[in-house]
Design a protein around this ligand. Structure first.
Ligand SMILES: [Ca+2]
Length: 430
């Protein structure tokens, strides 16, 4: 259905083609240092810079015209398009953010130090106190505990004080024109227009991160359309200014993601010496108990399906995690994030922090290290797919197999020592 629409666009193509032909405008930004060097030798720098900016502006406007056509086909009214897209502009700093990747993968204990700092715990307790009635109301309505709602608020935007001051429209249009995931940004920009057209927020009020996450809850526009709720009953879903809307939207998201009322997220556990670290699937609490898993304090929560996780390997803390932990992962699919929400909510409610110590002496791996690790695992026959420098489930699985072949505890936690062992093995083989 989409394709015929695209084919019926002669007017837009006539309009964009000459602009794109001028200097491959859309590609020029990615393109070529070599091209710039050539131009530099013939023209003063300021002239070059301004013509580059002109070309980019022309390319961006052509992209917007094309997007505008698509948005109109998808039911966005001309009046909305005129009013909103007329003020959208390209932001070079967003592309800088999009292209910069941290060199090192931050260890989970460092992430938790910041995410669950005493400052954030204390601020969370104050916020919960100040918003107690609202938080309790949303707890009753959606079954998600007040301290969990507040913990997500704290981690997403430090309770609304840092949600970003980028125009979401500028961010998504810039990423759509020039970013690494243009289809994603295009789809989110369309969702943003639907939100504005529905009257929930003005174009100027729609603010958030450079990546398009909006307001206190850091919802992408598509998540907003699916999960945002009018908590205060004024007819608008406002995750920028209304705390009842923020809390209702967060709780609704978790409820839709399978939150089980009355169940904890999980608990910290101790594991027996002979624990099988390759058992990464779901089992009942009774099964885990039989395998020697014990709560560090109190008793194990009763789950039908729970996982044991060791985010920093066998030398670090272990946790038994139930359906509500998986529900938090739906908000942001990173173990470090879900554990931060879990432990911040525990701390706000006055429960204890992580008891077992993290292996803080382990030096972090850089992205290049992880890339090398993946290559070496592949060469050693523990295929992890295409090396990409990111520790994912496949890399951990391959690493476990390698650890087992070496008579080591197969916990899938990447360390410099394991990388060295793989390098030496490679040396022996050649
Ligand atoms: Ca509202």
């Amino acid at each position: 259905m989409f394709l015929p629409l695209r084919l019926r666009r002669p007017r837009i193509h006539r309009f964009t083609a000459p602009l794109l032909g001028l200097g491959l405008v859309a590609g020029a930004v990615h393109a070529a240092p070599s091209l710039m060097t050539e131009v530099d030798s013939q023209a003063p720098e300021s002239v070059t810079a301004s013509s580059e900016a002109d070309q980019r502006r022309a390319g961006f406007n052509a992209w917007l015209a094309d997007f505008r056509y698509e948005a109109a086909q998808q039911g966005i009214r001309q009046r909305t398009l005129d009013r909103v897209l007329g003020n959208v502009s390209y932001r070079a700093d967003i592309i800088e953010h999009d292209r910069s990747q941290p060199e090192f993968v931050r260890p989970i204990w460092e992430y938790l130090d910041t995410a669950v700092s005493s400052t954030r715990i204390n601020a969370g307790r104050e916020k919960l106190e100040a918003q107690r009635d609202t938080a309790r109301q949303m707890q009753q309505r959606y079954g998600v505990p007040a301290e969990v709602i507040v913990a997500i608020w704290g981690i997403e935007s430090h309770y609304g004080s840092h949600f970003g001051d980028y125009s979401t429209l500028n961010a998504l249009a810039t990423l759509g024109f020039d970013g690494r995931r243009d289809d994603f940004a295009r789809k989110e920009l369309l969702a943003a227009l639907k939100i504005i057209q529905a009257g929930d927020i003005s174009a100027a009020g729609m603010q958030g991160s450079w990546a398009g996450a909006m307001g206190h809850t850091q919802f992408l526009p598509s998540s907003f359309l699916a999960y945002a709720v009018d908590g205060d009953g004024d007819g608008q879903r406002d995750i920028w200014r209304s705390i009842p809307d923020v809390m209702a939207s967060t709780a609704h998201y978790l409820a839709e993601a399978g939150w089980q009322a009355g169940e904890p997220w999980g608990t910290e556990v101790s594991l027996p010496d002979d624990f099988d670290y390759t058992a990464t699937g779901q089992n009942s609490t009774a099964d885990w108990r039989e395998r020697g898993v014990r709560a560090v304090n109190g008793k194990l929560p009763d789950f039908a399906g729970a996982k044991v996780i060791v985010p920093a390997g066998a030398e670090g803390p272990a946790f038994l995690t139930g359906p509500n932990f998986r529900s938090i992962l739906r908000y942001n699919n990173a173990t470090s994030y879900a554990l931060a929400v879990a432990k911040l909510s525990d701390a706000i409610a006055g429960r204890e922090g992580v008891v077992q110590s993290w292996p803080r002496e382990q030096a972090p791996l850089s992205r290049d290290d992880v890339f090398r690790l993946q290559q070496l695992l592949g060469r050693a026959g523990y295929g992890v797919g295409q090396a990409d420098g990111i520790m994912g489930p496949n890399t951990r699985k391959g690493l476990r197999q390698f650890q087992r072949s070496q008579g080591l505890t197969p916990d899938g936690f990447a360390t410099q020592a394991l990388l060295e062992r793989l390098e030496n093995r490679q040396g022996d083989a050649s």
